[in-house]
Design a protein around this ligand. Structure first.
Ligand SMILES: [Zn+2]
Length: 335
């Protein structure tokens, strides 16, 4: 990230916490260790970098923001500051050697009394050895060290660590903010509603966009639904030919199930709420048609059938089999 991106992202995603921390810093009340807990993409890293910039900045602005221009701000944002170290998993975990490295860097760097900040990303991935090693480190008396542990799941952090940190929960992005982020990565507004149901990670959306996955998969699901509306067996046929080639990882499979659910939730909406704010706006005509044809019990059965896919996935039934069986079952319910 650049220094301006850090400031902008923090302001956009976590303005309340940003202001709170500015206040804390002005009152010299910054704690020695924080645990930032929140979903992927809510701005944990940018908030930690922002606070660090605010502490090191040589030209704090009149409204108490880091300037975003000085050498300190720049080196922190670009992760090149000698007194600011960021640790992230190497492979699947954060290993004890990485924490030892952090300790040795901090013990040899700088003059006595220099403040030192470190940030641990995906802190839940610390091995027990790493966590124990860290524990001694954050407890070291008199050290001028501030640490930020970032996690998407505080339940996976050792209680001994939690008890020595101040836990800060970062709220999910508001719908507005998330949509703005979607727009930035080129998602069409007509797909905002659906994507909001599939993921809260902008990084995932970015990957999908690069492969054109959203466009392709929503198009096939749309066709699948159109065939179902016509009670046409091609709904079964396109699973192997058109849908399976798009199912290249588990996350996509899970998202596909959620797409199938979303389109039938659209039918429910059309039937009971009567708005046309659909996840699949291109299918609006058929959504309304099915809404008028199906009874409540038929709709409930269909949704239950789709929900069942999750438990079948959990026991490793082949995904193609799951989708085909589900489609046959829905065709039967529609008869
Ligand atoms: Zn600065």
């Amino acid at each position: 990230m650049t220094e301006n991106q850090v400031i902008q992202e923090t302001e956009l995603k976590q303005k309340d916490l940003m202001n709170k921390f500015i206040h804390v810093i002005e009152n010299h009340e910054l704690s020695h260790s924080y645990l930032f807990n929140g979903e992927e993409g809510v701005g944990k890293l940018s908030l930690a970098l922002f606070i660090t910039m605010r502490m090191f900045c040589k030209n704090v602005t009149d409204d108490s923001m880091p300037c975003g221009k000085c050498d300190e701000c720049r080196r922190i944002a670009t992760q090149q500051h000698p007194d600011v170290v960021i640790i992230k998993p190497e492979g699947l975990s954060i290993k004890v050697d990485q924490i030892r490295y952090l300790k040795s860097e901090f013990s040899k760097s700088g003059l006595e009394g220099n403040k030192k900040f470190f940030i641990i990303q995906d802190a839940e991935k610390m091995t027990t050895g790493a966590a124990n090693s860290l524990l001694k480190f954050i407890e070291e008396p008199g050290a001028n060290i501030v640490s930020f542990l970032l996690t998407t799941n505080r339940n996976l952090i050792l209680p001994t660590i939690i008890s020595r940190t101040q836990v800060v929960d970062l709220e999910s992005l508001s719908e507005d903010t998330f949509n703005k982020e979607l727009e930035k990565v080129g998602v069409a507004p007509s797909q905002f509603k659906l994507l909001g149901k599939l993921t809260n990670r902008i990084s995932t959306v970015k990957e999908w966009q690069e492969e054109d996955w959203i466009k392709n998969s929503t198009s096939v699901v749309g066709h699948w639904f159109d065939y179902l509306t016509k009670r046409d067996g091609d709904a079964f046929v396109i699973i192997q030919s058109n849908l399976m080639p798009l199912m290249t990882d588990n996350n996509k499979k899970q998202s596909l199930i959620n797409m199938l659910l979303s389109i039938f939730e659209d039918v429910l909406n059309a039937k009971y709420i009567g708005n046309d704010d659909f996840c699949f706006p291109k299918q609006a005509a058929n959504i309304k048609l099915l809404a008028s044809q199906l009874s409540e019990s038929q709709l409930v059965q269909i949704i239950e059938t789709i929900l069942n896919c999750n438990s079948k996935m959990a026991v490793n039934v082949s995904f193609q089999n799951i989708l085909e069986a589900t489609t046959l079952r829905i065709l039967k319910i529609l008869e």
